[in-house]
Structure formats: C-alpha cells, structure tokens
Write a protein of this length. Sequence first.
Lengths: 250, 115
Amino acid sequence: MSNSSTIANGAAAEEHHAHPAYQRHHFETIEQQFDATNFAMWLFLLTEVMFFGGLFTAYLIMRNWYYPAFVEASHQLNIGWGTANTGVLILSSFTMAMGVWNAEMKRKGGLVLCLVLTFILGLCFLGIKSIEYHEKWEKHHIPGLHYSVSSFVNPASDPEVFAEYHDKPLAPDMAAKTEMYFFLYFAMTGMHALHMIIGICLLGYLIVRANAGDYTTGHVTYIENFGLYWHFVDVIWIFLFPLLYLISRY
Amino acid sequence: MSEIQAESHHEHHIVSPRVYLSILGVLFVATGLTVWMSFIDLGEWHFAPGLTIFWNPVVALAIACTKAVLVVLFFMHVKYSTKLTKLTVVAGIFVFLALMGMTLCDYFSRAWGRW
C-alpha cells in the first residue's frame, strides 16, 4: 500500500517536469499563464474605461449645455502647469516601460532605478497638481466650499486671467454654472490623482520587492501588469489635458 | 495536447528601449504641437444650417487620440499581444464609444435639455 502510493507520488512528480517555480499548477505553459494574467488585467482596465467614461460623458454634456460658463471657467486653469504635468506623466510612462524592459532582461539595478524614477515623477505630478488645487482654494473655486462667482460675473476682478483672455462678464445664472465645471474638474482630476496615489503606493511596494530580486528571475507578470495600470492612468490624463485646459481658448 | 500548446503558443516579445525612446520623443512632440495649436484660432466650418464644426477641439482631440494609441500599442505592448488581448482592447473602445455616443445623441436631441 505504502509502496504503491510512493510510486504514484513518484509518477506525479515525474509529470511535474521542469518548469519555473512561479508557474502556477493550473497553467500548462508559462506563456499561457502570461496571456491569462494579461487578459485579466485588460478586463480590469476596461472597467476603468467605463468608470472614467461616465465622467467624460458628463463633462461633454455639461460643456455643451453651459458652454460660456465652461469656457470662462477653463480659463482659470494654467496651461503651463498642465503642459508640465503632461510632460512629467509621459516621462514617467517611459521610465515605467523601461522598468518592464529591465525586468525582462533580468537587470535588477536598472529595474529598481526605473521604478524609483517613476515613483519620483509620480510625486512630481501630484506636487504640481496640489499647486493648482491650492490656487483654486485661494480663489474660492472649490464647489460647495464658499464658492465665489466673482471671477465670472466681474472678470476684471481677476486681473491675471483677465489680462490673458479679456473675458466678458457672465450673467449670474450662467456664472453659477461655473461651479459645475469645477465640480467636474475636481471629480475628473481628483479621481485621476487618486489612481496616481494608489499607483505610487504600489510602486513603493514593488521597489522593495524588486530590490530583493523578486522580479528579475524571469517572472515579470507583476511589473508588466503594474505597467499596464500606470500607462492607463497616463492615457486618461492625455484626454483630460486637452478637454480641461486646451480647447477653450478659441 | 501538443496541438493545443502549439495553437496557444505565443512568444513573449521584448520591446527594445529604442522603440520606447522614439515613442517618448513622438509623445513629447505631439504634446508641444497640441499646446501650440491651442494658441492658434483654427476657425470653424459651417457645413449645414445650424451645424458648425470648431476645429480647435477637433485637432486637440485628434492629437490626444494619436498619443493614446501610441501609448496603448507600444508602452502597453498591445501591438505585440495575443489576438485575445487585441480583441479585448478593441471591444472595450467600441463599447465605450457606443455607450457615450448613444447617451450624447439622447441628451442633445431632447428639447428638455436646456434649463
């Protein structure tokens, strides 16, 4: 009895022929495992597309209904800061992509360096965003918190923006709709920033594990899929930037 | 068994740093271009009574779409992925556009939209 079970175990061990330790037993090949996790990550990203899609759709509808309010409210955003943040985020996507390459090439030092750079660039993005948010706070442009329409019913009271755009005063009922613009601005950029914060936290964890040599053994799934998440957040910003900052000059 | 493996077999493609670097360059150029274009009045086109196309937002969104496609294809490796992943991505974009398109058609074609 004990003899036959030993033989059976031996046969089972035989069937578990050489494969890397990180290949789960329910996958036939490592390629199959990679494709399955890649597919799953994309399904998650599609739910994110639908989530942000609702916000984008709301923005387009409100922008069409309250067009003058949305144009003048957009003029409050600083294109310089927006461009800087776009550059920072694109650069962080590049460093993340290079991180994936380093993991694939099993270069531990390069991987850690790329992840740390991505981490720092992510923090830069949030720093610039907080400068912009702070300005909104000072100007009472936070919806629901002592919101003030004075920049819109009396544009000359806001000399910096007025010098650039020479906006005409809005009627009080239209000026009130600028609050809707800022509501959507904070909902969209805030939700994007939340994704950045989650990404940065995950990056901290990945840096520690990468430093311990966990992702340079040929098992790149975690780095690859985190990269997908990070690039997705970049894609969201690629659309937020023109919609919120750029398209209201003419 | 071996047939199934052969069918599902898919070489993991490693994208070279040179590709990443050139995509980074194109993305930076496109960002500069879209900011520059936003400072120019591109005008409008009245192609039917009551229907006007403003070119500034069209150009800005076209550049944004180009940048997003480059990120998805190269940084996110979809160009080198399995057909399953490609189909998933395209299906996601299609469903998003269909849902948004139908919602916008509904909102913009109702008289009660204006209050």
